[in-house]
Design a binder for this molecule. Sequence first.
Ligand SMILES: NCC(=O)CCC(=O)O
Ligand SMILES: [Mg+2]
Length: 330
Amino acid sequence: MGYPSTRPRRMRRDDFSRRLMRETRLAADDLIYPVFVHEHAQSVDVGSMPGIRRLGMDDLLRTAEQAVALKVPALALFPVLSGDKSLDGREAWNPDGLAQSAVRALKQRFPELGVITDVALDPYTSHGQDGLVDASGYVLNDETVEALVRQALSHAEAGADVVAPSDMMDGRIGAIREALEQAGHIHTRILAYSAKYASSFYGPFRDAVGSAANLGKGNKYTYQMDPANSDEALREVELDLQEGADMVMVKPGLPYLDIVRRVKERFGAPTFVYQVSGEYAMLKAAGERGWIDGCACALEALRCIKRAGADGILTYFALDAATWLKEEAA
Ligand SMILES: NCC(=O)CCC(=O)O
Ligand SMILES: [Mg+2]
């Protein structure tokens, strides 16, 4: 027999056999669209995230309509406050606050669209941290958890389908789950940001929600995870699942796919990935300069996140990607 004895290229030769042996598929069903909503009627561009705007209520509803039409299953809502920031972030659990009002408006118009809310204090605190701080600036765990419980309950009462604690306090999933059960919100899902790393890729997001100036030179190293760690992510995910999380998340995405793979293999739980603002900004910027094919690279990144083990992806490309996928299939 001649050399080579095996020819893997046979299966790659034609489109039909490439399609037959494709191991994973990216679909609109896999995508969650993060949206920024603010109090003003006019929408405003986010400079460091081309194509992304802080939405006024009308545009938020228009965006939701597009998501429904493209079969994107859910939106993740991030409020941008201009005033009302305080040391303890109390606006976070105002039943008539921006997030709560946006949830009500969305669920009323688009009951079939999943609405995910962010549970964390950073959009609401004058210091830009995700929780309450002591005199030295240290983020207090148990006091913060109490505030997060109030915030999560106010979201559930407004009609949120999923509450997503993104704060990384210890024990908050258990506390929120117990409070939801006691209040009769037995159907409210919890998407836990379980392995959220202290990443520099969040920069454009902090511009978008306007917490960058509040945070100043501060950092989140005392609660978000060290990018050097992997075993710690498994311990965090295990705790959140024990405490009652329905879904877990790894964040950011592309530089953390080893974590995604370990989490999915170890626990087999619904596992989500947040392709964060910095990842989006890099792809957009290089695409706009013509240095890469922005659309092809975005779809490739999303496919790789899926291949690593993600069941779904929070991505600022969600609507674009759903459109491109539709065009590909046509
Ligand atoms: N809770 C959301 C974030 O902290 C940042 C997400 C991003 O950078 O896109
Ligand atoms: Mg934890």
